[in-house]
Design a protein around this ligand. Structure first.
Ligand code: SAH
Ligand code: SF4
Length: 357
């Protein structure tokens, strides 16, 4: 019986694999070099492929005019260009916020959001399908973790939405579905492709990675001197308060988290942005603001207050008056305070509202 199910498992894997080709989107120039070498083509063909895919953002092999026909046929037989398909768009073409439901090759779905704000066009990318961390206030957290996204699935979100955007995308935030630092390698490699000067060429300081506070990866990010911006979801001003909504706070307590932020600053000289989801009767009192000021004033940081986007859970968004009152407590703070009046909450595209079934 055991042997039979082992055999069955492998047959299923083989059949599945037959339908799933590796996607060119997500590959590096080194990967392209070995592919063209397999077909006895010179290295400059790899550079042409890189340009077509990342710089010109073509959606078909036919558009790659300067590549030999036979090479394109060979590559198309073995590889897929784009691993994602757009299934549904919510929000009008000219709306400030549009949410995209995308399908992966294995039929799993993810969401990405395009946001317009004056001159800035920001895309919010997903890094995982679901999330293992189960923060109480977050719709993605309710899904549990299904799997990590591949490098290709991350970069393809950007390339597909860029095609749909009227203007160039100026900023990328890893604040969609999932915990980017639990898919560290793929997220960093995807960010490196977004940043590559011969391809998409988005400035490193225009790419923000947000983490719920996975300390070993914060230290790794610091040691590797990554230049991408780092945001940390604090969401509370004491260990007890964080524990009430973020189970991960048990493993990575607030004092150690703040120490890792100091380490990060010393290693990179870059400020972190603390995110603070403001939830009615949970963390929105004057006392919370005062404790927060005491907690982070000595750290090189900014604070981003995110009024809660409701997801049909027990938590509520404070009234606009309450939100302004809370913000008023920071008038003398030594750090910069911004507020994310999440666009798109009406189409469930605000922070923490992304979920698929
Ligand atoms: N997993 C990462 C990144 C994705 S969540 C993280 O937690 O940082 C991106 C941001 O949305 C986080 O700051 C998170 O605290 C916030 N968020 C989650 N649910 C929210 C909700 N319902 N309303 C407002 N912000 C929310
Ligand atoms: Fe995961 Fe971030 Fe949602 Fe928490 S807030 S469940 S870490 S996606």
């Amino acid at each position: 019986m055991g042997d039979f199910s082992f055999y069955n498992y492998h047959i299923t894997m083989l059949l599945n694999r037959k339908h799933i080709k590796s996607s060119l989107i997500g590959m590096s120039i080194g990967d392209f070099t070995s592919i063209v070498k397999d077909y006895d083509e010179p290295k400059y063909r790899a550079e042409q492929l890189f340009t077509w895919i990342y710089k010109r953002n073509v959606q078909s092999f036919a558009e790659m005019e300067n590549l030999p026909k036979q090479l394109k046929i060979n590559i198309a037989n073995n590889y897929l260009l784009n691993p994602l398909k757009i299934l549904k768009v919510t929000g009008a073409k000219l709306a400030a916020t549009r949410k995209f439901l995308l399908e992966c090759q294995d039929g799993k779905k993810i969401e990405a959001v395009l946001m317009k704000e004056q001159k800035r066009i920001t895309i919010c990318l997903s890094s995982q399908i679901g999330c293992a961390l189960g923060c109480e206030f977050c719709a993605t957290g309710k899904m549990g973790i299904i799997r990590n996204l591949t490098i290709g699935e991350i970069v393809a979100q950007y390339l597909l939405l860029l095609k749909e955007s009227e203007k160039p995308i100026t900023n990328v935030v890893f604040m969609g579905m999932g915990e980017p630092f639990l898919n560290y390698d793929n997220v960093i490699k995807a960010a490196d492709l977004l940043n590559h000067p011969d391809g998409i060429n988005l400035g490193a300081r225009h790419i923000t990675i947000s983490t719920a506070g996975i300390i070993p990866q914060i230290l790794k990010f610091a040691k590797e001197k990554r230049r991408y911006k780092l945001a940390i979801s604090l969401n509370g001003s004491t260990q007890e308060q964080r524990l009430k909504t973020m189970p991960i706070a048990k493993k990575y307590p607030i004092d150690k988290l703040l120490e890792s932020v100091k380490y990060y600053y010393n290693a990179t000289r870059n400020l972190v942005t603390f995110e603070y989801v403001l939830i009615s009767d949970i963390n929105d009192l004057e006392l919370d603001a005062k404790r927060l000021i005491n907690l982070i004033s000595t750290l090189p940081c900014k604070l981003n207050v995110i009024p809660y986007n409701e997801i049909g859970s027990k938590f509520r968004r404070p009234s606009d008056e309450k939100i302004r009152e809370f913000l008023g407590n920071f008038s003398n703070a030594t750090f910069t305070v911004t507020t994310r009046w999440s666009k798109g909450a009406d189409i469930n595209a605000g922070c923490g509202q992304l979920v698929v079934n």
